[in-house]
Design a protein around this ligand. Structure first.
Ligand code: NAD
Length: 253
């Protein structure tokens, strides 16, 4: 294996929502390239070695603090935090009630606040500290039926910028990735629930200029880059991994 392939050797990472989809692909990539990696997830039954795992709920501050401190103790520190745990919501402002708004914002926004707060004392001791937040194309594009989800990811984008400003003098970089529709178990569940899953998949594919869904591995590669020492001059930015959705303005075919 080349030294580049082991570029995370000696670094420790925590990936929230790392038991499935984008988080899982990220945890596996970082571990394959030499990092010690702990997954923090509601359900860790399927997480296997070399990944370490802590059961935790990002909506529960005590559970987050316990998972972060025991993971840092087990790995001998913490250099990389991937704030990835998140849930979806569909509908206009008329479709989601206050309880749904509170819950999605609690998971998608406050969840990142809690894990970051718990991780900061450990990140401050790292020479290569990096936080990567999983945001979404929904933060910057006006997608129909995504009022609540889009608002939660808009908050993640702003949070990323604020955290990057607050912690750069401490040597901690903070960035986010904005995936387009990615082929993960989440999207599988969404398609299964649609009246016509094949038509729904075709519509999601057509929304992206590449004409296909993004893979979890493609998002993981972007997260891993932003978390790597090679990205040492990059902070306060968002990297779109969206098949051209955000940047391209194409005429309909
Ligand atoms: P997924 O459902 O496959 O995986 C999400 C993981 O997060 C699951 O393992 C789940 O158990 C965990 N999780 C959920 N709530 C949690 C909580 N309260 N505490 C701890 N863990 C919790 O989803 P995915 O598609 O891999 O999505 C991951 C992230 O990517 C999310 O933040 C999502 O908003 C974002 N994203 C996904 C897409 C997409 O199309 N799949 C697009 C843009 C952004």
């Amino acid at each position: 294996m080349t030294s580049e392939a082991r570029e995370y050797e000696g670094l420790s990472a925590l990936v929230t929502g790392g038991a499935s989809g984008i988080g899982r692909a990220t945890a596996e990539l970082l571990a394959a390239r030499g990092a010690a990696v702990t997954v923090l997830d509601l359900d860790i039954a399927g997480v296997t070695k070399p990944l370490l795992a802590r059961r935790g709920d990002v909506t529960d501050d005590a559970s987050v603090r316990e998972a972060v401190s025991s993971a840092a103790a087990e790995m001998g520190g913490l250099d990389i935090l991937v704030n990835n745990a998140g849930i979806g919501a569909q509908g206009t402002v008329e479709d989601n009630d206050d309880d749904q708004w509170h819950h999605v914002l609690d998971v998608n926004v406050l969840g990142m606040v809690r894990t970051t707060r718990a991780a900061l004392p450990h990140l401050r001791r790292s020479a290569h500290a990096a936080v990567v937040n999983t945001c979404s194309i929904a933060a910057t594009a006006g997608l129909p039926q995504r009022a609540l989800y889009g608002a939660s990811k808009g908050a993640v984008l702003s949070l990323t910028l604020a955290m990057a400003a607050d912690h750069i003098r401490e040597g901690i970089r903070v960035n986010c990735v904005n995936p387009g529709t990615a082929d993960t178990p989440w999207i599988g569940r969404l398609l299964d629930a649609a009246p016509d899953p094949e038509a729904e998949r075709a519509a999601l594919e057509a929304r992206q200029p590449t004409g296909r869904l993004v893979s979890a591995d493609e998002v993981a590669a972007a997260i891993a880059y932003l978390a790597s020492p090679a990205a040492g001059a990059t902070t306060g930015t968002s990297l779109a991994v969206d098949g051209g959705m955000q940047g391209l303005r194409l005429r309909p075919a």
